[in-house]
Write a protein that binds this ligand. Structure first.
Ligand code: SAM
Length: 235
């Protein structure tokens, strides 16, 4: 690439298969839902064992990826992060918004297993189908900065209590067995972060829904500070 060239082109080297098949209710950062699982399908030639040699001793990965389902471009100078209630605008470079000049995301995820041509990961905040640009090992001594601060996002989001109807819990347990996935924990961890827009005042009779894996989850707010799961049924 000539020095000073502004055009950069990359090929993706893999694809994320994720429990999150729609954007709604995906945690806003990785690690917030440890039960959120998926895998990276590595494309040839990166599906060869040589490409992942040495990863056996690594617990977490940095993923660089493309926000393929978000609008991007130079018009995104200021954004309205959901964390600030969705009304306040800040500079795009002060935010982790998906709407950015270049639609590049970065997440630290747990590496659960290495299989032929794929990496099993958890604690993800990635939509199904996300293209992967690069994978790097997390390096604790350099990447963990206990003295770092961010006035806009000083602490993890406040969690709402999540309860279940008896039938919804039984349904979730049945789906967990069928999918061999921690469905109950996934639902609790994702809904506790209150996926609905911050400006909405939920009425108890209003139902919300989302799809995780191939199951539809429905819930309501008995009061604005509590969530109750109503049903967990296959799509
Ligand atoms: N950890 C990443 C970062 O800091 O770059 C992502 C942060 S972004 C605020 C997280 C949100 O991105 C999720 O809640 C989800 O709605 C959205 N998202 C995840 N994968 C996406 C994709 N491939 N395309 C568009 N949006 C995506």
């Amino acid at each position: 690439m000539p020095p000073g060239s502004s055009k950069v082109t990359f090929e993706s080297l893999g694809l994320v298969h994720s429990c999150f098949t729609e954007k709604f209710a995906i945690p806003r950062q990785p690690s917030l839902a440890p039960a959120a699982r998926g895998w990276i399908e590595l494309y040839p030639p990166y599906d060869q064992p040589q490409a992942v040699e040495g990863l056996q001793g690594v617990s977490h990965l940095w993923l660089l990826f493309v926000f393929h389902a978000a609008s991007s471009g130079p018009e995104h100078l200021r954004v309205r992060p959901p964390r600030l209630g969705g009304n306040q605008r800040i500079g795009v470079f002060a935010s982790r918004s998906t709407h950015r000049p270049n639609p590049i995301g970065q997440s630290v995820v747990k590496l659960d297993a290495i299989e032929a041509g794929r990496l099993l990961i958890s604690g993800i905040d990635l939509l199904d189908g996300t293209p992967i640009l690069d994978i790097k090992p997390y390096v604790p001594y350099a990447d963990s900065l206990p003295s770092a601060h961010n006035a806009l996002a000083e602490a993890a989001p406040v969690l709402l209590p999540v309860s279940w109807t008896d039938s919804a819990l039984q349904q979730a347990q049945a789906q967990a067995l069928r999918l061999q996935q921690p469905v109950v924990a996934l639902i609790e961890q994702c809904l506790a972060q209150d996926p609905k827009p911050a400006y909405q005042q939920p009425e108890p009779e209003r139902e919300y829904g989302v799809r995780f894996w191939d199951i539809n989850v429905r819930w309501h707010y008995p009061d604005p500070a509590r969530i109750c799961v109503l049903s967990v049924l296959p799509v």
